[in-house]
Write a protein that binds this ligand. Structure first.
Ligand code: ADP
Length: 215
């Protein structure tokens, strides 16, 4: 089993890049944020355990995250290609993933580190809108839908995520700096980190990411 990891602060464009890469590759997209939001919506035990942390912009416990990752990957074929988005988020999660992959014979081939100016992330997040039905991501200024509030792809209603408000966004940026940014050195030391400039358009990030994956 092979995997790539999309690393980057909130709003750096991990979800948008994941959607683009999925279109012309065989990656299975694994977003812990999407999995947790689905669990909250369904009211499962995982959702109940995660909701308060998510609303506050804090991280959900490493044990819970590693457990949902193991469950999600457990049934995948040995030749599956995974794309992690929003995982790992802490050194403990990265070490847990190393242990898990050692057990199942998995390899992390690339870590794409989306580099963006933190100042630019706040307006990106506060203007983000997501389709209720298909999860496609838009932005009121940078990537507006053709019709306000309506998804271009399936006509679904666009909504603003509960945690995309200014106060929670500030917490998420702080959490990224203290808990997630140390992963940059972790993966640099493994020789698999590729910096991707995420400061301009989504299309540009996609081209840079494809170049890094094919190099
Ligand atoms: P973003 O990257 O835009 O902040 P995500 O959708 O990846 O958003 O995550 C939303 C929230 O879900 C996070 O703020 C956190 O509470 C929780 N979460 C998602 N993935 C993880 C993870 N790997 N570890 C801990 N918490 C997570």
């Amino acid at each position: 089993m092979e995997a790539i990891i999309l690393l980057g602060g909130p709003g750096a464009g991990k979800g948008t890049l994941a959607d683009a890469l999925k279109k012309d590759s065989s990656f299975i997209h694994i977003s812990t944020g999407d999995m947790l939001r689905a669990a909250v919506k369904e009211g499962t035990d995982v959702g109940l355990a995660a909701k308060d942390c998510m609303d506050a912009g804090k991280l959900v416990s490493d044990d819970l995250i590693l457990q949902i990752i193991r469950t999600r990957i457990g049934k995948k074929a040995a030749d599956a290609k995974l794309m992690f988005d929003g995982f790992p988020r802490t050194i403990e999660q990265a070490e847990g993933l190393q242990t898990f992959f050692a057990e199942i014979g998995g390899t992390i081939t690339h870590v794409l580190n989306l580099v963006a100016d933190p100042e630019a992330l706040i307006p990106r997040l506060c203007g983000r809108r997501t389709c209720k039905t298909c999860g496609a991501i838009f932005h009121v200024v940078n990537m507006p839908p053709k019709e306000e509030g309506v998804c271009d792809l399936d006509g679904g209603e666009l909504f603003q995520r509960d945690d995309d408000n200014e106060e929670t966004v500030m917490n998420r940026l702080e959490v990224y700096k203290t808990q997630t940014a140390p992963l940059i050195d972790f993966y640099k030391n493994l020789g698999i980190l590729h910096d991707i400039d995420a400061g301009s358009t989504a299309k540009n990030s996609e081209l840079l990411a494809l170049a890094a994956l094919n190099a």
